[in-house]
Design a binder for this molecule. Structure first.
Ligand code: PXP
Length: 236
């Protein structure tokens, strides 16, 4: 299993003061030095953390696979075609949410998403759909032409160490199995941390985990390199 790191919260901290530090590009360089499989940035409509120039600079200065998380909007499609990340991960986006709260409703907008990804794929950008571990959403994702799904692990993470953990975990396991049977590669992420990440090894064929908040939080106390390496040990 591979580890991709989401560096959005380095930019969140920078934006709290409006200056230049901490620099997300430096964070991406440290992650690259650690050998992570990908670096994720989420360019949100309100630019609350990552800004356009961050994506451009990371793309210019980093060789590691760049995954751009974004909403299904014309503006973001144009940005992806301008920056040409290695992949995009399509996510739902609500202005008021603190973080991406649920998965993308692919089944409810199958036509729109299928058309949306055509120009991205034509430019060689791989496409991933961030969905809840739900049979209907997995089946719809397989029809869009996307190569990957990323399973939203938020419900599992919230249920970790409670009597709901097994149920939430089983949903991930079932969704991953179905997705792979339908020819999709399967990533997972959201809310994963140093304690709950272990069970991801029980999901056969999981390709990559995308983890942000817990790594950046630990990095404040231990340094980013150490926080990334510690997670890499748990994920590999
Ligand atoms: N994957 C996706 C699609 C996300 O939206 C996020 C959060 O930005 C993550 C992974 C990482 O989640 P966390 O920061 O909780 O590790």
């Amino acid at each position: 299993m591979l580890l991709g790191v989401n560096i959005d919260h380095v930019a969140t901290l920078r934006n709290a003061r409006g200056g230049f530090e901490p620099d997300p590009v430096l964070a991406a360089k440290i992650c690259e030095k650690c050998g992570v499989s990908s670096i994720t940035t989420h360019l949100r409509e309100d630019r609350r953390h990552i800004k356009d120039e961050d994506v451009a600079n990371i793309k210019k200065q980093i060789k590691t696979y760049l995954n751009l998380e974004m909403a299904v909007t014309d503006e973001m499609q144009a940005k992806a075609l301008e920056y040409l990340p290695h992949s995009v991960c399509l996510v739902p986006e609500k202005r008021q949410e603190v973080t991406t709260e649920g998965g993308l409703d692919v089944a409810g907008q199958l036509d729109k998403i299928t058309k949306f990804i055509v120009p991205l794929k034509a430019k060689g950008i791989e496409v991933s759909l961030f969905i809840d571990p739900d049979e209907k959403q997995v089946r719809a994702s397989a029809q869009t032409g996307a190569q990957f799904i990323e399973m939203h692990t938020g419900s599992y993470s919230n249920a970790f160490a409670t009597d709901r953990e097994d149920d939430e975990f089983q949903k991930l396991k079932n969704a991953a199995k179905l997705a792979q049977e339908l020819g999709l590669r399967v990533n997972a992420g959201h809310g994963l941390d140093y304690k709950n990440v272990g069970r991801m090894h029980e999901i056969a064929g999981l390709y990559e985990l995308n983890i942000g908040h817990s790594i950046i939080s630990r990095a404040i106390f231990t340094g980013l390199e150490s926080a990334v390496k510690e997670m890499q040990e748990l994920v590999k």
